[in-house]
Design a protein around this ligand. Structure first.
Ligand code: ATP
Length: 230
């Protein structure tokens, strides 16, 4: 599903080089839920940006669904991202003047899906994430945990092959954090969608079956507890 091969990344600012990722190799299989764990500055965001095709690596390759994304043109990559990759952000990134349902429908608007189908798919997902009663509300009328549920529904609406969640519980209290991680695990089990959860919190990471850990740019540990072998 996702294969990272001999990946290295160096930020070049003038004469100064900052090596951030060093010879990273791993594979995530379809239907896995994996935590990408690392402390601040370990290179998580850089790796996430590379895996999502938002940056090109200095060296190495990233394959998603057997396609080397670093070799794609900008246009092809944008289209690939729209159809194959879902995102969940720490700060939800919802559009404030759109209702919950309209936010969830939005990726389908860009795909030209007709109104009635958009609505049906959004309503079904909003029910799945426990927001059946909130579909016509605006994001500001919801709690943080509820807003993150909207963002989760939005990330799934295109039925992507992989969803990247960047510190999805970073703005939430412990109880809500647990509920959101439970929801991601449940969606992974029922929809067989591949999730990568980026986190600096060990407690969040240990909820998943597999942890990929970054330290100072190196992949130092891959724990598998009942998931696919690494
Ligand atoms: N554009 C850049 N130019 C130079 N160095 C950079 C750039 N972006 C990131 N870095 C450096 O790369 C290293 C890894 O940063 P990155 O943001 O990937 O870490 P992180 O694990 O996501 O941290 P955090 O949890 O704090 O977001 C850091 O030392 C950072 O200073």
């Amino acid at each position: 599903m996702l294969r990272v091969q001999n990946l290295s990344h160096v930020f070049r600012n003038g004469s100064e080089d900052t090596p951030v990722l060093k010879e990273i190799n791993f594979t995530i299989h379809k239907g896995e839920i994996v935590a990408l764990l690392g402390s601040s500055g370990s290179g998580k965001s850089t790796l996430l940006n590379l895996m999502a095709g938002l940056m090109k690596p200095t060296e190495g390759s990233i394959f998603i669904a057997d396609q080397a994304i670093e070799k794609m043109s900008e246009n092809k990559l944008a289209e690939f991202r729209r159809t194959n990759i879902g995102f969940i952000f720490q700060a939800y990134e919802l559009i404030s003047h759109m209702t919950v349902r309209e936010n969830v429908e939005l990726p389908l608007v860009f795909q030209g899906v007709k109104r009635s189908e958009r609505r049906d798919r959004a309503m079904a997902l909003l029910e799945k994430v426990g927001l059946k009663e909130k579909t016509e509300m605006f994001p500001s009328q919801l709690s943080g945990g509820q807003q993150q549920r909207v963002s989760i529904a939005r990330s799934l609406i295109t039925m992507p092959s992989i969803v990247f969640a960047d510190e999805p519980t970073g703005n939430l209290d412990t109880k809500t954090e647990n509920e959101i991680i439970n929801l991601l695990i449940e969606l992974n089990e029922t929809l067989h969608i591949t999730f990568v959860i980026v986190t600096h919190e060990q407690e969040v990471a240990t909820r998943t079956k597999r942890i990929i850990q970054l330290r100072d740019g190196y992949l130092i540990d891959q724990t598998v507890a009942g998931g696919h072998p690494a």
